[in-house]
Design a protein around this ligand. Structure first.
Ligand code: FES
Length: 179
């Protein structure tokens, strides 16, 4: 899956499912890409975040076999890779919808009504619950900590697209604009 930098849309490649054999990411051109990244850093460990991003760019999420592959190519333990992977909300440890919606619900946004924005997204996307992908696979909604736009409550990220001052009333239209 590619996060298109200009559109914020996801371009979804064939997914890697749990029951399919894992196909390594770091072969051929992607291995060359990783080697170029590695040449910029003094240690292999320093390339962990971009390596994880390359996996997610390929499969849309980072599976257990992918964790092991990343650990292997960077000479790290799978536990270390998993620890970093689980720290950042930008990385997905499970398949997610085409549009990954992150709503800030930290206190400044919360007092401005962020919880109602979350509810509106859960309702209009059909997700129903946080972290659950909608039946049409279009959306996954999560709450996140401060997105750095506290003066523009409530900020929402949909893939790479940043939307400020979202109110519950705006949500239906925002959802409709994301096919
Ligand atoms: S608290 Fe929501 S953007 Fe900072």
């Amino acid at each position: 899956m590619t996060y298109g930098p200009s559109s914020g849309q996801l371009v979804r490649p064939p997914e890697h499912h749990h029951d399919e054999p894992y196909v390594p990411v770091f072969t051929g051109a992607r291995r060359d890409e990783l080697d170029t990244i590695l040449s910029r850093y003094p240690t292999k460990m320093a390339a962990l975040l971009p390596a994880l991003w390359m996996v997610q760019d390929t499969y849309g999420w980072v599976s257990e076999p992918a964790v092991e592959e990343v650990a292997s190519v960077l000479d790290l333990t799978p536990a270390y890779v998993k620890g970093v992977l689980s720290f950042y909300t930008m990385y997905h440890q499970h398949p997610v919808g085409k549009h990954f919606v992150q709503v800030c619900t930290t206190t400044p946004c919360n007092v401005c009504g962020a919880e109602d924005v979350v509810k509106a997204f859960l309702e209009h996307t059909g997700c129903g619950e946080l972290g659950v992908t909608s039946p049409d696979n279009r959306f996954t909604v999560i709450e996140v900590e401060c997105l750095g736009a506290c003066g523009f409550a409530t900020p929402v990220m949909i893939n790479n697209e940043f939307i400020e001052s979202v109110t519950p009333e705006r949500v239906a239209r925002i959802v409709a604009e994301h096919d």
